[in-house]
Design a protein around this ligand. Structure first.
Ligand SMILES: C[S@@+](CC[C@H](N)C(=O)[O-])C[C@H]1O[C@@H](n2cnc3c(N)ncnc32)[C@H](O)[C@@H]1O
Length: 279
């Protein structure tokens, strides 16, 4: 709705991890392109092996995965050299090193992105205001100025600011989300994801661990505006109370509660927000 009625085609998934959204994005329209960027080369390799290499060349040629820091995106290194070929509307700029093994993001002239996203609370990986503003400036510079949008998510609520442990049961495994501590001076917390596999029975403790700063919504808004976004919008829904969902089955808990665009929202035990910045 913010993209001015144009069909969004060009997508960038920052902090993409295993790049699932990027690969999904490509499926429904042959004109779509996706760029994924992450610091974790193992996650990108997993994406290549399990997502990109399993789809046809038509799809895999439209995804560009980069290994690097969202704070220096132009220096990020292309990892899926073998699967992508140069599309009609993506050209290589003049580069001193023409070896395809060393292509950096700055060597490409990608079409301006219609959507840049940072999901799964990834902006909390950035710990200082300076980093956050700098990242938002990079996101803005990648966006189409005719209505391109940046989207990120954030969680919060009274239950989000102390130790917290929740588990979700699936047929073959149980997934445990643990927030180990919450420092109210630094607003820092340590998140660990554990998996208990059922067959064979095995625990994978700390499969993923993150040090997060839990930003507040007004801090995000201020930083987006400081970075130059034209407007900022909040879509929020309250989540089921953390006491009630300490242990749930599958992904269904609270699915019926819809997100609404709001300018004011009263504190809850738990809420989830999507924040949209218009370029
Ligand atoms: C919470 S995970 C989210 C992964 C993915 N978006 C998802 O939903 O599964 C955060 C990701 O951000 C990456 N990351 C953290 N700091 C980063 C940075 N400065 N630049 C690029 N990626 C970063 C981590 O490697 C990790 O894959």
């Amino acid at each position: 709705m913010y993209v001015g009625g144009r069909v969004p085609l060009h997508f960038q998934e920052d902090f993409c991890g295993t790049g699932l959204l990027s690969t999904e994005w490509l499926h429904s329209d042959a004109r779509r392109t996706a760029i994924g960027l992450d610091l974790d080369v193992e996650a990108l390799d997993w994406c290549m092996e399990n997502n990109v290499n399993k789809v046809g060349a038509d799809v895999s040629s439209r995804i560009f995965l980069f290994h690097g820091n969202v704070l220096q995106p132009l220096e990020a290194k292309l990892v899926n050299v073998a699967t992508q070929y140069l599309m009609q509307n993506v050209t290589l700029g003049d580069s001193e090193d023409d070896s395809p093994d060393h292509k950096l993001m700055k060597d490409f002239q990608f079409p301006a992105r219609d959507i840049v996203c940072a999901f799964n609370y990834s902006c909390c990986c950035l710990h200082t205001r300076q980093e956050l503003v700098s990242y938002f400036k990079h996101a803005l510079s990648a966006l189409n100025k005719k209505g391109g949008i940046f989207v990120m998510d954030l969680y919060g609520g009274t239950s989000a600011e102390h130790e917290l442990r929740m588990q979700r049961k699936f047929p073959n495994f149980t997934y445990v989300w643990e927030q180990a501590e919450f420092d109210i001076i630094k607003r820092k917390t340590r998140i660990s994801l554990h998996f208990n596999l059922h067959k064979p029975q095995r625990k994978i403790r700390h499969a993923f661990s993150y040090s997060w700063r839990l930003w507040s919504l007004p801090e995000i808004k201020d930083c987006l505006e400081e970075a130059g976004f034209q407007s900022v919008h909040f879509w929020i829904r309250h989540m089921p109370d953390s006491e009630d969902i300490r242990s749930t089955y599958g992904l269904a808990a609270g699915r019926d509660i819809k997100y609404e665009e709001v300018t004011s929202f009263q504190q809850q035990d738990s809420w989830n927000a999507y924040i949209v910045g218009v370029a």
